[in-house]
Design a protein around this ligand. Structure first.
Ligand code: HSE
Length: 298
């Protein structure tokens, strides 16, 4: 018995919602095949796309699978094949897609004993291996789909938010590496009250905008006065990308997760196409190689 699944890329933070908000991409992600085997344990038998460890204990998909196996205690095991499309370290939830894919498919093959929140808990064990801290803002949207809000991590409490039907995202991935642990280390431990006020007003209004499909309010809410001023310095030509995206009609533009990818949210497919072309034009004049992705949010 085997199952092949698509495990999506995700954008965490969504400007104002550091460690809390995230959304799921429709068409960018990994493929994984999970097979029940009489041999007990977790066995990673194939990895294509990127060079990742085969030992289950050292592999993100393996660690989350082992966490579920320990709890479920079935009298059989699982084989995992990973076809990785999302480049590790790109900032669009590569490790989360791996961590989620294995447990999502195993849950199906076990007859769905676990809730989405429980799956998020198992997947966080895998994510912790990659980013050295347990956060769920990439994992939750990969499991629940659309937009999610991590209300709390312990105990885990995920809120699924509505996704306006005409929302697209353009992602530019400059080919440099930023480690999540380093991008977290540069952040201040304390924030000014005035910045906190601005930020929570934006989180509140963004959530309201999602509920009411208010694209104008969404646009006014997509700013980050706490994290982005520090992290944007790590991303070459960040301000140029943002300026270009906004000039060409994007609702907002910010760092995807801990970077280096930068996302631009767009209302409608045509706007997204224009934004993608404009960003491509300006970035190809820089010396940094890059890739551009364009996806619906779903
Ligand atoms: N919320 C996390 C961060 C996401 O920004 O550090 C990392 O992928």
């Amino acid at each position: 018995e085997a199952l092949t699944i698509f495990s999506p890329a995700t954008v965490a933070n969504v400007s104002c919602g550091f460690d809390v908000l995230g959304f799921c991409l429709d068409s960018i992600g990994d493929k994984m095949t999970i097979r029940k085997t009489s041999k007990k344990g977790i066995h990673i038998t194939k990895i294509e796309g990127y060079d990742l460890p085969f030992e289950a204990e050292k592999n993100v998909a393996g660690v989350s699978a082992l966490a579920m196996l320990k709890d479920a205690q079935p009298d059989f095991g699982f084989e995992i094949e990973i076809y990785k499309n999302i480049k590790p370290g790109s900032g669009i939830g590569s490790s989360s897609a791996s961590a989620v894919g294995s447990v999502f498919a195993m849950n199906e093959l076990l007859g769905r004993p676990y809730s989405k929140t429980q799956l998020t808990n198992f997947a966080m064990k895998g994510e912790a291996l990659a980013s050295q801290c347990e956060h769920a803002d990439n994992i939750a949207p990969a499991i629940f789909g659309g937009f999610t809000l991590v209300k709390s991590v312990a105990p885990l409490d995920i809120i699924q938010l509505p996704t306006p039907k005409d929302l697209y995202v353009v992602i530019i991935h400059p080919q440099i590496e930023i480690k999540t642990s380093e991008a977290r280390a540069i952040l201040p431990k304390l924030v000014a009250l005035q910045d906190a006020i601005t930020q929570w007003s934006n989180v509140g209004s963004l959530v309201h905008a999602l509920h009411t499909s208010d694209y104008n309010l969404m646009s006014k809410s997509l700013t980050d006065v706490i994290v982005e001023p520090h992290r944007s310095q790590l991303i070459p030509h960040f301000n140029t990308v943002r300026q270009t995206a906004i000039t060409h009609g994007a609702l907002g533009c910010g760092i995807s997760g801990s970077g280096p990818s930068v996302f631009s949210l767009c209302h409608g497919k045509d706007v997204a196409q224009n934004v993608a072309t404009a960003i491509e034009n300006v970035y190809s004049k820089t010396a940094i190689p890059f890739e551009i992705y364009n996806s619906k949010i779903n």
